[in-house]
Write a protein that binds this ligand. Sequence first.
Ligand SMILES: [Zn+2]
Ligand SMILES: [Zn+2]
Length: 366
Amino acid sequence: MPQSNLLIPKTMRAVVYRGAHDLRVETLPVPTIRAGELLVRVAVCGVCPTDIKKIHYGTVPPPRVFGHETAGTVVKLGRGVRGFQVGERVALHHHVPCLDCHFCRHQAFAQCEQYKRTGITAGFEPAGGGYAEFVRVMPFVLPGVVKIPPRNSFEEGAMLEPVNTVLKGVERLRLLAGDVALVAGQGPIGLMFTRLLALRGIKVLATDLFESRLKLARTFGARWVEQPNREGISLASIVSRITRGRGLDAAVIAVASAAVMQEAQQSVRGGGQVLLFSHTKRGDHCPTDLATICVDEKDLIGSYSADYLLQSKVAHLVFSRKLDTRRLITHRFPLDQTAAAVDLASAPTPESLKVLVSQEPFRIIQ
Ligand SMILES: [Zn+2]
Ligand SMILES: [Zn+2]
């Protein structure tokens, strides 16, 4: 369909970050695109803990429009753009590595200078822009745009980015089928870890404080579910029982708690791994017996953000529903209630998992 027939308004609604704990619904110009760029009408944007931290702690200067787990419809193509059509449903990726620098050659994509640049914006300093009606997608992140198959929803498209970060973490673990791994925390991210590990034949011990999440963890493939320290039963004793004293092969820490990390580290066997996934706030310290790392060879590793090279695997997992992300979505807020969506995602209830900001479907007017 010819793009000249599309009715694209001049202004749009956007949720602008104006300082710590300050999100405002404002009217902004619809971004203008340049050669090599796309204009996308946002349909869905996930609320991500990394954005919540920036909003709550005010760690970056305002104004910005956040939101980076975005899916929507291509409504305009910049000059010279090939491979896309107006009307296509797409999932976006706001970071794409250069694949050429020192960091990229070491597959440390999240440390690449280009990767650190955000290539999607609704205005102001680029910050994702998904909490707005339209976003501008810059040329260097075009390779990260994924088309959503007809049978899948925008919501599933919006889940590609968080699933990618989880698959990247899983790939960092040296595990064999039949191994035992702890996934501490069964929020949306923890549940994704549980499922992806289970798909690889790993026996998962899933822990959480909420009974409702543990029930779900079972259906995502957890072999054992526990609420540690309830009724005085320690994680160590649970692990000792299920591994007959050997210890965990790996522990994934999907909850930002130093105490949980320490407990898990003690329950990992010699030569095992502890993966930190949620400790994204700088300045958190925790005493560690360094001999457990040196003598016992327990690796303490981290994983942050996504791995561009995993994108097609991620798309297959989500779109085939081997990892059924639809079951992780519990709440949808309209754009002008983005602040409430952020509040709920930052203080989860037993019933809440993934929270989305969802907009009216866009109709192409000819
Ligand atoms: Zn995210
Ligand atoms: Zn690079």
